[in-house]
Design a protein around this ligand. Structure first.
Ligand code: 9D3
Length: 252
């Protein structure tokens, strides 16, 4: 897959692109990541890409001509016409279903804005879709763009090993994860749940599922709202709720 990223801070992109799963995917050629800097397409020697907003108001706006030229240069460099995504607080919120759809495309071009945003005519002329990470304020679209790149990268064929891929498609689909423990058995006053040390694989699986259901119910009830629980899951959740009730709640 080919992903271009338009940004005036390419060093923010390369830092993230060099580490971990993403770094390996790029090294192996499963993903090509290409930066495009609007300053290279500025109309003056200073590399000016922003100007004061028409109508007044605070801050600066990214000008259309340098950004449109950058998008055109990136599209010309892509192996196929890219789907153009502008990361912006005004976009629809990114979720895993959207990530899965984008991962199917052969070429993507992500546009990261700075300042107060970009001239709206760029959106009209050159953007296919606007996406946000959520309702909080960042200083630009670079981190959101790389969040999207990382989320997509994990879905590309050959990027994750088999074990990770199986985890991705686990039976816990749509639930929060159960809590994890490793050695040592005792950490201060806390001991690892006894069932996990029992060697009883059936009991372990049931406990993990009950914890996943309990956490989802307690922390993200909206994930369960649109879905009917199987009798077995309902029984596990009821039992888990009864046992936290008996313990008097706890920190979770
Ligand atoms: C006038 C109010 N603004 C500044 C406080 C609006 C504003 C402009 C530009 C707020 C954020 C930004 C930069 N943000 C992004 O480019 C961005 C973003 C975000 O801030 N939150 C969540 N997702 C995204 S995607 C791109």
């Amino acid at each position: 897959m080919w992903i271009g990223v338009v940004s005036i801070f390419p060093e923010l992109l390369s830092a993230i692109a060099s580490a971990g799963v993403l770094g390996r995917a790029i090294e192996r050629g499963d993903l090509a990541l290409a930066p495009f800097n609007p300053r290279d397409h500025a109309g003056d020697r200073r590399g000016t890409v922003d100007d004061r907003p028409y109508g007044g108001g605070p801050g600066m706006v990214m000008m259309a001509p340098p950004l449109l030229k950058t998008i055109a240069a990136a599209a010309a460099a892509a192996p196929s016409p890219p789907w153009v995504v502008y990361l912006s607080p005004q976009g629809r919120r990114l979720d895993q279903a959207k990530v899965e759809g984008l991962a199917e495309r052969p070429s993507l071009l992500l546009v990261a804005g700075r300042y107060e945003g970009i001239d709206e005519r760029i959106v009209e002329l050159a953007v296919d879709e606007e996406l946000s990470l959520g309702d909080y304020i960042l200083s630009g679209g670079e981190l959101p763009a790389m969040v999207l790149v990382e989320a997509i990268c994990r879905l590309l064929p050959g990027v994750l090993n088999n074990q990770d891929s199986i985890l991705t498609e686990s039976h816990l689909e749509g639930l929060l994860e159960y809590p994890q423990y490793t050695r040592p058995e005792n950490v201060g006053p806390l001991t690892a749940p006894e069932v996990l040390l029992s060697g009883d694989h059936g009991a372990v699986a049931a406990w993990q599922r009950s914890q996943a259901l309990l956490r989802t119910w307690q922390r993200r009830p909206e994930l369960l709202a649109g879905r009917a629980l199987e009798d077995e899951d309902l029984a596990l959740l009821r039992a888990a709720l009864a046992s936290v009730e008996a313990e008097g709640g706890g920190a979770a």
